[in-house]
Design a protein around this ligand. Sequence first.
Ligand SMILES: C[S@@+](CC[C@H](N)C(=O)[O-])C[C@H]1O[C@@H](n2cnc3c(N)ncnc32)[C@H](O)[C@@H]1O
Length: 215
Amino acid sequence: MAINNYLDLIASKENFHQRFTPHPLIIKLTNNLQKNSTILDLGSGEGNDSIYLAKKGFKVTAVDFSEKCIQKTKQLAEQNNINMKTINSKIESFLEYHNYFDAIICINSLQFINPKKIQETLDLIKSRTNQKGFNVISSFIAQNEIIKRNAKRNEMYLFDKGELKKLYQNWNIIFYEEKLGDWESHGGTPHKHYIVNLIAQKNAPKQDDFQELFG
Ligand SMILES: C[S@@+](CC[C@H](N)C(=O)[O-])C[C@H]1O[C@@H](n2cnc3c(N)ncnc32)[C@H](O)[C@@H]1O
């Protein structure tokens, strides 16, 4: 089954992500974002992070290619009387427009980008980020070559260990970790992913200056 159809299928299930609290990276980010900051949520799913951010008063744009996900997010925004933009689009297509944001977040979505497009997509994400703006990424790591090859066959991209850190070497890396995630099932067999979490700031002062802020 093509990855787009697969994602639409799981999106059609009720509460398919079963995550109703913001991702921990998002809480870390918001503690340090200025009021009125613009935030782009790429692969926003049911909008858990988008809604949380919009409730906090940030100007949020949620992008997802699943119509069902976008509908759910819109519904949730309306129910909560929240003002935010919801866009039904592929991440890759949306980034072609010259829209710029103070923070771009990709929580569990970059693994679905075609391996042939990942470098270009990351370059665009960086270039669509305002000076001193943030990129926040949580994605998967391939623990070995077999896992990486299998993912590639499904047109999914898994980072190598240390790869994301290297890709952001010209930014100020504020938070970085690679670790085994929690048990999850999203309707199927329970499993754990090896994950990478990153918060990086564009053209910012050296990391030491931020340790106090981000802890
Ligand atoms: C695992 S979910 C994560 C959703 C959300 N960020 C969260 O953490 O709850 C991945 C989401 O990315 C979306 N997605 C995957 N590839 C995409 C692409 N190329 N363009 C737009 N959305 C995409 C899927 O439809 C799905 O909603």
